[in-house]
Design a binder for this molecule. Structure first.
Ligand SMILES: [Zn+2]
Length: 368
């Protein structure tokens, strides 16, 4: 594979997130760092996920590793409580049961009593859903019911029976809740296929994937402060808000991402439904042509779209890419090899470039 000088320079700057960031993630048990690093504790010889519920080690006793393999090689044993060798970012078994129950029967009401019958403490469920999805289990279930209602409306079912079928006890309660979540009335939503959105785990933290009936339209790092604006962009460019759910394109990108992160996939086949300004779309389509494991400069990208003086605009369009990883904006770097900005954080850009270079067989000398 050809390696230009920019790529070579970029590899030299690839590294872990800054120590301060790593310590903060451990202090806060920040779930967005799940699968990104593990932390070894010198005094016990055990390594943990960043979110381990056990008592935290003092900062001076922590050692950070990018992979569980590196921690094991350094002599640390996996913690029995947070089980860092199990799939990163996955939900615990009980949470999977709750989510599957709601997927199988979205109109079901999961009362505290129903949770206890499933051997789940309601307080634990509340805390977990709040931390993981930014909403209580109750709100999550209601959003799921409203997503179910939206599907029915899309099929042409009239508003009032849809509300009752979706588990709402009053017509006005359904209309209010619907309007509050989606920003449009149920009547306005009739006959419009929804944009569905699903949170998916990844080694870079949770991703929010969204798709229309035509293809994937968003794949965003779920902890980004830009997320609300991206959701607004979706509503503007596609004339509809995203709702919780999934479809064939979301399931396809989940499979392809698994292969990509395992180093077994070099390009994505999932169909995309790209909508932006004409200029943005030109830049995004050009990004799709940059091969796996290679990088180009902003200058080169501007030249490729026939606007050699529009470097700044090209950089901005790059930053507004709503489908990172699949549309590889991480492969654009500065001419001198510095990575420059990345909406999801520079460390994620480093992670992606490192992953691709490793998979492409380029040996890296990594600073730890
Ligand atoms: Zn642990």
């Amino acid at each position: 594979m050809p390696v230009d000088t920019a790529t070579a320079a970029a590899t030299a700057t690839l590294r872990m997130p800054r120590p301060e960031e790593l310590h903060r993630a451990v202090d806060d048990r920040d779930p967005s760092y799940e699968g990104i690093f593990v932390v070894g504790v010198r005094t016990t010889g055990i390594f943990c996920r960043p979110t381990c519920p056990s008592k935290q080690a003092r900062r001076e006793n922590r050692r950070f590793f990018l992979t569980t393999g590196e921690a094991a090689k350094a002599g640390f044993r996996p913690c029995r409580r947070c089980k860092p060798l199990e799939r990163p970012g996955g939900h615990p078994e009980w949470a999977r049961r709750v989510i599957e129950t709601l997927e199988a029967n979205p109109t079901r009401r999961l009362t505290d009593a129903a949770l206890r019958r499933m051997d789940i403490q309601p307080a634990t469920a509340r805390r977990y859903f709040l931390g993981r999805f930014g909403m209580t289990l109750h709100a999550y279930a209601r959003a799921r019911r409203l997503g179910f209602a939206l599907d029915r409306l899309h099929e042409g079912t009239p508003v009032t029976p849809t509300g009752f079928d979706s588990g709402f006890e009053s017509d006005s309660g359904f209309r209010d809740a619907f309007k509050k979540l989606f920003g449009i009335t149920p009547a306005a939503a009739r006959g419009t296929p929804p944009i569905v959105a699903k949170m998916i785990p990844s080694p870079l933290g949770p991703l929010l994937a969204a798709a229309t009936e035509k293809g994937l339209c968003m794949l965003e790092f779920a902890d980004r402060e830009k997320l609300p604006r991206q959701a607004e962009d979706l509503t503007r460019f596609y004339d509809r808000p995203p709702v919780p759910g999934t479809n064939q394109y979301i399931e396809q990108v989940i499979r392809e991402l698994d292969e990509y992160f395992a180093g077994n996939r070099r390009s994505f086949d999932v169909p995309l439904d790209i909508r932006g300004t004409e200029f943005q779309e030109r830049v995004w389509r050009e990004l799709l042509r940059i091969p796996f494991g290679e990088t180009i400069s902003y200058e080169a990208l501007a030249i490729r779209i026939g606007k050699p003086t529009a470097q700044r605009a090209v950089g901005l369009a790059n930053g507004r890419n709503r489908i990172p990883i699949v549309i590889p904006c991480h492969r654009v770097i500065q001419k001198n090899g510095q990575l420059r900005g990345y909406g999801g954080g520079l460390w994620r850009k480093q992670f992606l470039l490192e992953l691709e270079l490793r998979a492409a067989g380029i040996v890296l000398a990594l600073g730890a």
